[in-house]
Ligand binder design. Structure first.
Ligand code: URA
Length: 258
């Protein structure tokens, strides 16, 4: 690799990072420089035999999962929850996102669909499932007489686009799960549809969509149907057959409980 002391090479490397979507000079995982600075005196004290200086212990009030839980639980309406999520500053994904993608569709709907995370189109528009996968999702719903305009509410596990559409990290899912749980509690759907492995991981604590798909289960006190993600169906059209069976199962379930 050419030395970055060469200004032309440094500029080219920067342009490349910007093209990849980098918007800030930070890493995915923040480094607490203050904590690093505190460790040096401890090591020095150990060597010299002096009593170790007092090192500040992480304050539970700054635990991002606990903070998310407090913020989420204090939201009394979906509008307040949206505001609380948009104001939550503890997840680095937010720094690289244009929008907080909250939800779309009918909040009172019987069916709540949980996807993974916004992609480029969703990040730009601020609505979930508006890209190619979303268009396929709309066609799938229409095939059983459902639509986001009338009968479905849609959200994602994460409201912010991960860089380069990478998979969400377990710590990101854990941090934002209190918001998802509160979202479901406030929307009060009759059942949940989980699109793909990430939402199965977040809601069921399990992945393996090939095995889970089409098998009704229970989570968050609701019946839950895991299904292949529409993006997976775009890449693997042969799996549409199973997706169709799952859609029919969803339709029958809704009919049976009217
Ligand atoms: N994929 C998802 O899981 N959610 C979106 O909003 C878009 C694509």
């Amino acid at each position: 690799m050419e030395s970055l002391s060469n200004p032309q090479a440094a500029l080219a490397a920067l342009a490349w990072q910007i093209e990849l979507g980098a918007t800030e000079a930070i890493c995915d995982t923040p480094v607490d420089r203050y904590a690093l600075a505190d460790r040096a005196p401890v090591a020095a004290a150990k060597k010299s035999g002096d009593p170790a200086p007092v090192v500040p212990v992480a304050d539970p009030a700054s635990d991002p999962v606990a903070l998310a839980r407090t913020e989420a639980d204090s939201a009394g309406t979906l509008g307040e929850l949206h505001q609380a999520m948009a104001a939550f500053e503890h997840c680095d994904l937010k720094k690289g996102a244009r929008n907080t993608v909250f939800a779309d569709g009918v909040p009172e709907a019987r069916v709540m669909i949980i996807g993974e995370a916004p992609g480029r189109d969703e990040d730009r528009e601020g609505r979930p499932f508006v890209g190619r996968a979303g268009q396929l999702l709309d066609r799938m719903l229409a095939a059983i007489g459902l639509s986001r305009a009338q009968s479905v509410y849609i959200t994602n596990v994460l409201p912010w686009r991960p860089p380069q559409n990478r998979d969400p990290k377990p710590e990101e899912i854990a941090m934002l799960k209190p918001f998802l749980e509160r979202h479901v509690a406030l929307a009060q759907p009759e059942l949940l549809v989980l699109m793909g492995n990430i939402s199965c991981t977040a809601v069921l604590g399990r992945r393996g969509i090939t095995r889970l798909g089409g098998n009704w289960t229970q989570a968050m006190n609701l019946p839950v149907l895991p299904m292949f993600h529409p993006a997976y169906l775009l890449r693997n059209p042969a799996a549409k057959r199973e997706a169709w069976a799952d859609l029919l199962s969803l339709k029958a379930r809704l009919k049976g409980s009217t």
